[in-house]
Design a protein around this ligand. Structure first.
Ligand SMILES: [Zn+2]
Length: 75
């Protein structure tokens, strides 16, 4: 089976598959797992957060939304 979450394959992804996890705020971590919240919005999370409760995913998406709204007010 191909290892889609490690090795050379992730180097084709934007930022080499790395970024800041929206749930645990870990920076430069590999975001290789997709979680979907109750609104159907998909979120890239790290390995640690791939197994967490769905309510945490909802909380993270709500937080992202509030940050985006703040940015819109600033500009
Ligand atoms: Zn995480």
């Amino acid at each position: 089976m191909a290892k889609s979450k490690r090795g050379r394959s992730i180097w084709n992804m934007p930022s080499h598959g790395r970024g800041t996890c929206p749930v645990c705020k870990a920076t430069r971590i590999k975001l290789l797992y997709t979680r979907t919240n109750s609104n159907g919005k998909s979120l890239k999370v790290c390995k640690r957060c791939s197994a967490i409760d769905a309510s945490r995913i909802d909380a993270a998406t709500a937080e992202i939304k509030s940050v985006e709204t703040r940015k819109a007010v600033m500009s």
